[in-house]
Design a protein around this ligand. Structure first.
Ligand code: URP
Ligand code: ZN
Ligand code: ZN
Length: 472
C-alpha cells in the first residue's frame, strides 16, 4: 500500500492486492488500508509509502555452472538465483548447453537436473546449440513444447561452440519456420583467434590484450553478417551482449528497414571500459587485475565512446533490453588459469545481483527514465521471451513477482558489503547506488526483506515460455 506502481508505460499511485501467488487487483490508493471491504481478508499489509512498486526483474541472460575454459562458472543455480533475489531479480533465463555430438534433449535434460529444486527464483532456459547438424536441427522445433522458444549460436569461439555461415543459415531457416527466436553471439571468432595468437606470440599476454584482440570490427562485421543471414531467411534475430557502437548502428539500420532484429546490452558495457578495467593494475594482482573484467564481447574503449552510445541506444530503442550475461569466475584457480596467456582466462563477469541497482543509477543520473528502467529490466524481457502477462507487469492475473524499491535508500556495492554471488571478488567494487531493494516478493512470498533472505532453495519453478510476443 501507499507506493508508486511503475510500469513500462507510466507510474501511478496505487495499492496492489495479492492473493496467493497472483496479483488480483491494482487499486486506488487507500483501498486496502481504509477499512474497505477487502481489508478484512487481507492478511499482510506491506507499507510502500514513498517507494516504487515494480514488477520483479527478469535477467534473460545468465550462465549458472557453465563449463567454460577448463572450469565451470562459480555460481550454482542455488547461489546464483539467491544473489539474483537479493538484487530484485525474480526470474532468470539461463542457457542449457548442447555440445557438438551431443543430443539436444540430453543437453537440456542435464540443465534441468542442475536447476531443479535448487533455485530461489523462477527460471527458464534458452538452448545453446553448440553443434549445428541434421540431428540438432531436427530437434529444434521440439523445444517449443518444452517451453524453450529461443536458441543461441556462436560466431565466436572456434573449436568450442562455433557455427559457420552455412550452419547458421540452416538453423535460421528453422527459426523462420517455427517462430523460435535466434540468439547470436556476434563476433568473428576466426579473425579474433588469429589476432590473439599474434599478440601472445609477441609477448602481449596480459588481460588487457583480450580487449585488443577482440576488435570492434569483428563485432560489427559479425553483427552485419547475422543480420543479413536473418534477412535471407526471415528469422527473427536477437543479438546478445552488444558492446560496440558500430554493432548498434548495424542493428539500427536493419530495424529501420523493418527487420525483426533486436539487441541487448549489459551493465558492464554501460559502465566499465578497456582502459580503466581490462587495463587495471592492483597491488594484489598487478596487471593481472584486468582478468576480473575478461568477458566476451569485451569491454570497449571509453575514448571511442562506446559506453555513451550504449546508453543512447537504450533511450532510442536501438537496443531493447539489459541482461547481465552473468558468468562468474573466481580469480583464484579460475581466472588464474590465464596468467601468462589471456586466451586461457575463463570469460565472464558476475552481475546478476546488481543489475536492477546499476540500471536504477541510470535513472538517477538521467540516462533513462523510471519507466524505461522497468521496461529494459522486466517488461521487454518478458515480452521478448514469451512470459508477458505472468511476468514483466503488475496487473490482475500476473504472478506476484514484485519489488519494492526505495529511491531514498542507498546501496554500496563491494565484496565486503552487499555481495552474495559465489565469487572471490566483485567486478562492481565501489559502485554507489542512490536507491535500495527493500522487499522482494516472488509469486506472493516475501523472499527478501530489507537485506534478509527469507526464501529457501526450491522456491523457484521452471517457467515454460511461449513464443516471443515481440514479433509481428
Ligand atoms: O564472457 C562471456 N560472455 N561468457 C559467457 C559466454 C558467452 O559468450 O555469453
Ligand atoms: Zn556469448
Ligand atoms: Zn552469455
Amino acid at each position: 500500500t501507499g507506493g508508486t506502481v511503475v510500469s513500462a508505460t507510466g507510474r501511478v499511485a496505487a495499492d496492489v492486492l495479492v492473493d496467493g501467488e497472483t496479483v488480483v487487483a491494482v487499486l486506488a490508493p487507500g483501498s486496502i488500508v481504509l477499512g474497505h471491504d477487502l481489508a478484512a481478508s487481507v492478511g499482510t499489509v506491506i507499507d510502500a509509502t514513498g517507494k516504487y512498486v515494480i514488477p520483479g526483474g527478469i535477467d534473460a541472460h545468465t550462465h549458472m555452472q557453465l563449463p567454460f575454459g577448463g572450469t565451470s562458472a562459480s555460481d550454482t543455480f542455488e547461489t546464483g538465483t539467491r544473489a539474483a533475489a537479493w538484487g530484485g531479480t525474480t526470474t532468470i533465463v539461463d542457457f542449457a548447453v548442447q555440445r557438438q555430438g551431443e543430443r539436444v534433449e540430453d543437453g537440456l535434460a542435464h540443465w534441468h537436473e542442475l536447476a531443479a529444486g535448487e533455485c530461489a527464483v523462477d527460471y527458464g532456459f534458452h538452448q545453446i546449440i553448440g553443434g549445428v547438424d541434421e540431428h540438432s536441427l531436427a530437434a529444434l522445433p521440439t523445444l517449443i513444447d518444452e517451453g524453450i522458444t529461443s536458441f543461441k549460436m556462436f560466431m565466436a569461439y572456434p573449436g568450442v561452440f562455433y557455427a559457420d555461415d552455412a550452419q547458421i543459415l540452416k538453423a535460421m531457416q528453422v527459426s523462420a519456420d517455427t517462430g523460435l527466436l535466434t540468439m547470436m553471439h556476434a563476433e568473428n571468432g576466426p579473425v579474433i583467434d588469429v589476432l590473439a595468437e599474434q599478440l601472445v606470440k609477441a609477448g602481449n599476454t596480459d588481460p588487457y590484450f583480450h580487449g585488443k584482440a577482440r576488435v570492434w570490427q569483428a563485432e560489427e562485421e559479425a553483427t552485419h553478417r547475422a543480420i543479413m543471414l536473418s534477412h535471407i531467411t526471415g528469422a527473427p534475430l536477437y543479438v546478445v551482449h552488444v558492446s560496440a557502437k558500430q554493432a548498434v548502428e548495424q542493428l539500427a539500420v536493419a530495424r529501420d528497414r523493418g527487420q525483426n532484429v533486436f539487441g541487448e546490452t549489459c551493465p558492464q558495457y554501460l559502465y566499465l571500459s578497456l582502459e580503466e578495467h581490462l587495463g587495471a593494475r592492483s597491488e594484489e594482482w598487478g596487471s593481472f587485475e584486468g582478468a576480473k573484467y575478461v568477458c566476451s564481447t569485451p569491454l570497449r574503449s571509453r575514448a571511442e565512446g562506446h559506453q555513451d552510445h550504449m546508453w543512447q541506444a537504450l533511450r532510442t530503442n536501438d537496443l531493447q533490453m539489459v541482461s547481465t550475461d552473468h558468468c562468474p569466475f573466481c580469480m583464484k584457480d579460475q581466472k588464474e588459469l590465464g596468467r601468462g596467456d589471456f586466451r586461457a582466462i575463463p570469460n565472464g563477469i558476475g552481475s546478476v545481483e546488481h543489475r536492477m541497482d546499476l540500471m536504477y543509477q541510470g535513472v538517477v543520473t538521467g540516462e533513462i527514465t523510471l519507466e524505461r528502467w522497468v521496461e529494459l529490466t522486466s517488461t521487454t524481457p518478458a515480452r521478448m521471451f514469451g512470459m508477458y502477462g505472468k511476468k514483466g507487469v503488475i496487473a490482475p492475473g500476473a504472478d506476484a513477482d514484485i519489488v519494492i524499491y526505495d529511491p531514498n535508500g542507498h546501496t554500496s556495492i563491494g565484496y565486503d558489503k552487499t555481495h552474495h554471488m559465489n565469487m572471490d571478488h566483485s567486478a562492481w567494487e565501489g559502485y554507489e547506488i542512490d536507491g535500495h531493494v527493500d522487499t522482494v516478493i516472488s509469486r506472493g512470498k516475501v523472499i527478501v526483506d530489507d537485506g534478509a533472505y527469507l526464501g529457501r532453495k526450491g522456491d523457484g519453478r521452471f517457467v515454460k515460455r511461449g513464443l516471443s510476443q515481440y514479433l509481428i
